[in-house]
Design a binder for this molecule. Structure first.
Ligand code: WTA
Length: 636
């Protein structure tokens, strides 16, 4: 029996039991047998339950890029590591071998050093899905710099607040990006963001769309000329197990985004272990995850997890709709993709279109399908299973979070029987618990509650950058001693988990987590707006869409409502990004509130979702009469 590669259901149960009975021995064996270390650890797990600090493999030394690249140079130097599929299908795909990846990462790392980046410095990466994105992560890791990738769909304001939060020294960006038939002026967004970012010393610019941009003398540098003269020899910085590898921001229920901090050894082990098992990766496979590297899914399952396992990982620059709705299936046929990992929102969008787009292509290479990011509805699951997997490729519905670093609850394909909408069973090392509202653990099966995790796992985020207290408050104060996920879940009669959705003020729109507070803040900046509240309502492609209730100031009442709607969405686009735009905006004279003045989002959510019959008792509200008005004017 191998702990590292589980092949059957019996084996899964045995391995799982071992991982719970003796977690440290379990992870120690995996660490010993499957990774390259510069120095062995002194201690597998140190867990300070009071201060919510964990350390995995303390005392060990390593560099994650030696695990992702160098060690493969002996056994698979000419194997494709990154298979780049450009936005334009006429542009040839690029096969970057492990040997070439090594050279490109080393050169890039030397450029970073040359520009003054040292171990521990933060580097912000704001790039489209091109090879330089993956390479820049690895180049940072090579020299021990901490990368902070910001999804290239975020606005200048969102970018600058993330740069300032982590006091980044450098931004890596490109002149622009391709997105289907459009181009986006990334450098322009960066220029705007850098108007108020005192920590930034330099900007590296990748040439991608050959657009005419301005370069600021002494700050901005084209990357290519620097690479041309850089040495391809760059010894890996020796890192401690708990040295920070990266920061990645995620939205919270309130206030500013949280910079989740992931550290080196534990993250590496867990990303690699889950990749191997959940995708049953084998040497000849071609694996494709369609997420963006700007999200955790891309960090763990486009870059680190696959590369540690010596895999071929597809990196796709474009969108599912360009040049037409068949693009994903075209790519699967073209590169003979064996594992395909995407989001329910993409599946729902593709399922709306004519099946001809799918049937034109030979999808017989596929062995395993995956989904992530939000609950998958039954209809989408069946469409995916019937038309893409042809009922022969198991679907792994993987539940996890930016904070967890890797997949937590997921079937192991060809071992765990799957049921639509169930993420099924916890992966080895993961001990989920369901809690009731009072914080009492719900034991046994057929229970529903809030999902928490009661024992540390190697890739859990260690802290929120610069604010450990906030980390403790958000994740560990609700159920002391347990990590609280913010999700609701049920456990069925067989012990399978089904995630029911967020129980806090985070709304998942097209797989993107959006906190209500920052959006409301953006709306409230509008000069005509007095107050606002955002809720989610069901949407057949996006999963949820955003519904805003807005109270106008007296001075704003005469304004044309459609103009105000446009201006509000413009403000949201500027402050956060187009992903946070509202689908519907209802103007109202008041918002239902509790007697202590708290907006009753639960009621607003029901009204926006058309569930006005189930509002419950509203008589205790401060202003029950408002509810009637809101219902009367609801937008359908
Ligand atoms: C949701 C993405 C149901 C969940 C890796 C979680 C899911 C949030 C699933 C984290 C799934 C993710 N089924 N819900 N398979 N996967 N979620 O941080 O609400 O972008 O808390 O990480 O997405 O989103 P994040």
């Amino acid at each position: 029996m191998s702990n590292y590669h589980i092949k059957g259901l019996e084996e899964y149960f045995q391995v799982y039991r071992k991982s719970v009975d003796n977690p440290t021995q379990f992870w120690e064996e995996i660490a010993e047998e499957n990774f390259v270390w510069r120095k062995r650890w002194d201690n597998v797990l140190a867990w300070d339950k009071e201060d919510n600090r964990v350390k995995w493999f303390e005392g060990a030394q390593l560099n994650i890029t030696e695990n992702c690249i160098d060690r493969h140079l002996y056994i698979r130097p000419d194997k494709t590591a990154i298979l780049f599929e450009p936005n334009n299908p006429q542009e040839p795909a690029q096969h970057i071998t492990y040997k070439e990846l090594h050279e490109r990462v080393c050169k890039f790392a030397n450029v970073l050093k040359d520009k003054g980046i040292q171990k521990g410095d933060r580097v912000c990466i704001y790039l489209p899905m091109i090879p330089e994105l993956a390479i820049s992560l690895l180049a940072c890791a090579r020299i021990g710099a901490i990368h902070s990738v910001v999804f290239a769909g975020f606005s200048a304001t969102a970018l600058s607040s993330r740069i300032n939060d982590a006091t980044c020294k450098m931004v890596i960006t490109s002149d622009g990006s391709y997105r289907g038939a459009k181009t986006i002026d990334l450098k322009g967004i960066v220029d705007e963001a850098l108007q108020d970012t005192p920590s930034i010393e330099s900007v590296l610019v990748v040439k991608r769309i050959q657009s005419d941009i301005t370069m600021q003398n002494g700050r901005d540098y084209w990357l290519q000329p620097l690479l041309d003269v850089a040495s391809s020899d760059c010894p890996a910085e020796i890192m401690n197990a708990e040295d920070e590898l990266f920061i990645l921001y995620t939205s919270g229920s309130t206030g500013k985004p949280k910079g989740m901090v992931h550290t080196t050894a534990g993250y590496m082990i867990y990303a690699a272990y889950t990749f191997k098992n959940v995708f049953q990766y084998r040497e000849q496979d071609v694996y494709w995850c369609s997420a963006d590297i700007g999200w955790i899914t891309g960090h763990s399952y486009i870059v680190y997890g696959p590369l540690v396992n010596g895999a071929t990982t597809v990196l796709f620059e474009g969108v599912p709709t360009y040049p037409d709705w068949g693009r994903f299936w075209n790519i699967i046929e073209k590169h003979k993709v064996t594992q395909f990992y995407t989001a329910p929102t993409a599946i729902r969008a593709l399922a709306k279109e004519n099946l001809d787009y799918v049937e034109k292509y030979d999808l017989s290479s596929l062995k395993i399908l995956g989904t992530v990011g939000e609950p998958i509805n039954e209809e989408a699951w069946h469409w995916y299973n019937d038309n893409i997997g042809k009922k022969k490729s198991p679907i792994v519905d993987t539940w996890w979070q930016t904070e967890t670093g890797g997949m937590m609850i997921s079937p192991i394909p060809y071992a765990t029987p799957t049921i639509p909408t169930f993420a099924t069973l916890p992966l080895p090392g993961i001990q989920p618990v369901l809690m009731d509202e009072k914080g009492v653990e719900l034991t046994g099966n057929q229970v529903e509650g809030r999902l928490a995790v009661k024992f540390p796992w190697p890739s859990m985020a260690r802290t929120i950058w610069g604010n450990h207290q906030r980390y403790k408050d958000i994740y560990f104060s609700t159920y002391p001693g347990n990590y609280f996920t913010g999700d609701g879940a049920l456990r069925d009669a067989t012990g399978y988990y089904r995630i029911t959705g967020r129980v806090d003020d985070v709304i998942i729109v097209s797989g993107h987590n959006l906190g209500t507070a920052p959006i409301e803040d953006a709306i409230n900046e509008h000069q005509a707006v007095a107050e606002s509240a955002i809720v989610g309502f069901p949407h057949n492609v996006k999963g949820n869409a955003l519904y805003g209730y807005v109270i106008l100031k007296e001075t704003g009442e005469g304004r044309d409502h459609n103009n105000v709607r446009k201006e509000i969405n413009q403000l949201i686009t500027e402050r956060i990004g187009p992903i946070a735009k509202l689908d519907k905006i209802q103007f109202t004279s008041g918002l239902p509130k509790t007697r202590s003045g708290k907006i009753m989002r639960r009621i607003l959510r029901k009204i926006a979702s058309g569930e006005t019959e189930q509002l419950g008792d509203i008589s205790t509200l401060l202003n029950p009469e408002v509810v009637e008005e809101v219902i009367k004017n609801v937008l359908v």
